[in-house]
Design a protein around this ligand. Sequence first.
Ligand code: NAD
Length: 483
Amino acid sequence: MTTDLWFDPTLCLIGGVWRPATSGRTLPLVNPSDGSEICQIARGETADIDAAVEAAQAALDGEWGRMPAFERGRLLTRLGQLVLEKVDELAAIEAADVGKPLTQARADAVALARYCEFYGGAADKIHGETIPYLDGYTVYSLREPHGVTGHIVPWNYPMQIIGRSVGAALTMGNAAVLKPAEEACLTALAFADLAVQAGFPAGSLNVVPGIGAEAGAALSAHPGIHHISFTGSVATGALVQQAAGKNVVPVTLELGGKSPQLVFDDADLDAALPFLVNAGIQNAGQTCSASSRILVQRGVYETVKSRMAEAYGALTVGPASDDLRVGPLISNRQKEIVNGFLDRGADLTIAGQGTLADHAPDTGAYVRPTLFADVPADHTLARDEIFGPVQVLIPFETEEEAVRIANSTDYGLVASIWSCDGARQMRLAKQLRAGQVFINNYGAGGGVELPFGGVGKSGHGREKGFEALYGFSQLKTVAAYHG
Ligand code: NAD
């Protein structure tokens, strides 16, 4: 596998120079489809994070800090083109590293290019305002970068999360330090290599792979960063916020969810069915905005149950290279977490289950997609994020009951309403506690233009769209008195 890479995966990118971790230590990267070692990656630690933050600050004090917005936009656009030229290689790397079926990995690479295109085009269109004020004053605002931004990224969608977070930060003129996940960091390194090729100045983007408790903790506690964005678990997000809080550094947190789809008796079931299932099994359910709860009104409950069960029965799980709808989980550790939930569901009814491909190696991190029926809304499987291909069906009688159940978890990332009643659609769009609400669809194709983020334990702050560019900048007010 290493020979297929066009960059050296054992290095960090710091100040425009590819170099090993200061300690010289490395970590194995494992292919979850069969448990084999893909290659070694750098095990960056505090000294490497220190060097990366210093290099980022130097970039801000130098060429990068003086670069006009339209030139930053050109670099982003060029980077997007380079990503598109490498789409197939990036997809193959991600499939090996994350276990993502090839079609899904390719979609992530295309999305990364879209982030670069969207933000590249927006770079010179974000500006401050003039503000009418007292006689004798001229007042205006400037939108300025935070400075050095930290980005801690998980393993489930490395390319998409790097695109939405690092892409937006660079667009606004910040200098970024990226800490990818130790389980999957090859496309982060590939992205950094392409950014160098695109012409990003030394230090504008730095990448330090490493373990969360080492490199990640060092980055979130670093006094030299001015903003940090984190995507991952609630527990780690809270640690990152605490560490950043000691330096009064603003934080964007995207922490997952337990997102519901509400299916009413008047729904177009033929339209809904593919979304109901796909939103639970895409990326083997390891999606922050996965829909793991399907709330169904009594009149169509049995129909939805049997049709979803049939769809589950047709699912086969196998290696990423088979390009099935479901691949392995990221690791055997994640498989244990998901199996723990399946054990805790032993008292529940399994309505449908996928099968494991005969040739799927025992050493791979496979679990069978599982649909549970008639699940009480307060059951752990209906309340807690599982991060595996597991969905629960919850029946309801009335609209009020549906909203109460939908809003009853600690999370609030995404929700969707399947109904042909326009008034209900509008009412529920307001009542549902979520950062994004979809009507008669789920996810809207994941458009890079659509602001995204959660409420409650799903986190705070918004990424994607223009909102991300506001979030990765700060407003300065200038008031001039001229009499
Ligand atoms: P995690 O939150 O621990 O890891 C995410 C990122 O944080 C990785 O880059 C990791 O290196 C880093 N990290 C870990 N400890 C850190 C620390 N102390 N300080 C700073 N950074 C640190 O998630 P995980 O252990 O990989 O997965 C556990 C669970 O988290 C999953 O089962 C799932 O429920 C959830 N998860 C959610 C998302 C999401 O997109 N919302 C992504 C990954 C995992």
